[in-house]
Ligand binder design. Structure first.
Ligand SMILES: [Zn+2]
Length: 154
């Protein structure tokens, strides 16, 4: 199944104030991202694991789309959020990038002093033992807020 704009429109337009797609798509902003271990579906029909939650600025409605459609069809740039996230999922001592650090702070996942610490050390390779353990602790919290683990079958 490919990214299907018509199917995406059929989902987004009824949630928008405008009736025309070109106006409607501008009503939406990214509010948070989520990565799932289980497959989900974008409204376009494509199977996804990276979800972008979006909110309509005019009527407050929320929904989610995949990370391709959010950029290609809604024109919302997620920057390096997902690649930054993948990096700290794979290695909890890795440095989060600026986009992810900002998003985590904005979403309330990390405190101001943690935000400052991550920003100050985001390009550093050699951290002290205590800095490294602090970084791990913060990274783990960011991952736990964004990643939804596999549903266990009971
Ligand atoms: Zn899609």
């Amino acid at each position: 199944m490919e990214h299907n704009l018509e199917r995406l429109k059929a989902h987004i337009l009824p949630l928008s104030n405008a009736n025309e797609w070109n106006d409607a798509k501008n009503e939406w902003r990214l509010i948070r991202i989520q990565v799932q271990e289980d497959w989900d579906n974008c409204p376009c029909g494509k199977e996804i694991k990276e979800l972008c939650y979006i909110k309509n600025q005019l009527n407050g409605k929320t929904t989610y789309v995949g990370n391709v459609c959010v950029k290609r069809f809604l024109g919302i740039d997620t920057g390096n959020l997902f690649s930054g996230l993948r990096r700290i999922i794979d290695d909890e001592t890795a440095n989060a990038n600026e986009d992810l650090i900002f998003h985590a702070y904005q979403s309330g996942y990390i405190f101001k002093e943690e935000y400052n610490f991550l920003m100050e050390t985001r390009l550093k390779r050699n951290l002290s033992v205590s800095q490294l353990s602090w970084k791990k602790k913060i990274n783990r919290r960011i991952v736990n807020q964004i990643v939804v683990r596999k549903r266990t079958s009971t």
